[in-house]
Design a protein around this ligand. Sequence first.
Ligand code: DC
Length: 227
Amino acid sequence: MSFNIAIDGPAGAGKSTIAKRAAKELSFIYVDTGAMYRAIALGLMRSDTEIEDERLLEQALAGIEVTIDYRDGVQQVYLNGENVSGLIRTEEVSAMTSACAAKPQVRAKLTDLQRDLARRENVLMDGRDIGTAILPDAQLKIYLTASVRTRAERRYKELLERGENCSLAEIEKEIGERDYRDMHRETAPLKQAEDAVLVDSSDMTIEEVTARIIQLARERMERGYGA
Ligand code: DC
């Protein structure tokens, strides 16, 4: 039986950086589910699909296949066989992904793929609904968050380092709005699973959070929760 770790939480809490490091240390496969949603969004953008029209959305989704594999341990995501990993991190794709991820038809398309991976391998999967909807029986669930202010400051620093002009107040507002959308959508909203361990990274370093997750995983594995 595989051992599954679910990490959910809002954007900017450090999920992917921490999840990647913890998975490596534990020799688990890291599954970035956000990348799968991003690949679908790219597919729908390319076909210029009006996603509010259910019939058109379903037609377009029937022609979209998302798969993943790993190159040197790094997840690659494919849209109908094309590696789109380098094309899915733009602001345009992020905005489209947020809208698409609210559609039940889009979420249904990825559920089996995600569950199948978790059944076969020890995975550390990050997303928004992994502990609540995709892997309700995961042996360890983490809800990783940080205050809106902290997440905005982190993003602000990142953008400044990249030489981009931005306003902290504007970023804070956008993060607050995105949280609201993710937490209030009808299908699989972002929320802490009842049995998830809450980790607030506002005053913790990446190393501290990673160490905490590894410690929790090792404790549970030793207690014989699967694996
Ligand atoms: O984690 P990320 O920023 O790559 O996620 C991109 C978008 O996809 C974001 O709007 C949240 C959504 N998402 C989701 O609804 N469910 C998931 N399991 C993962 C991501």
